[in-house]
Design a protein around this ligand. Structure first.
Ligand SMILES: [Zn+2]
Length: 72
């Protein structure tokens, strides 16, 4: 389940919410001021998927490099 980051439009508070894929900001409220006017920011999950090209390992290295200690 992806972690989405939201930004409150009233107080600027950034907070993260675990939501189902494709869920919206509907029904969410700011944990700081209670405002319902929140916008979704790019989560780290979405950012890594969109920039990884689909073949990178979770550590960020190309799949041919592996996720080992990095010493050769
Ligand atoms: Zn707020």
């Amino acid at each position: 389940m992806p972690l989405y980051e939201y930004i409150c439009q009233q107080c600027g508070k950034r907070f993260e919410v675990l939501q189902r894929m494709g869920a919206t900001a509907e029904g969410l409220s700011c944990p700081s001021c209670g405002g319902a006017d929140v916008n979704r920011a790019l989560s780290t999950f979405a950012a890594s998927v969109s920039s990884g090209g689909g073949s990178a390992l979770p550590c960020g290295k190309p799949s041919s490099a592996g996720c080992g200690g990095g010493f050769s």
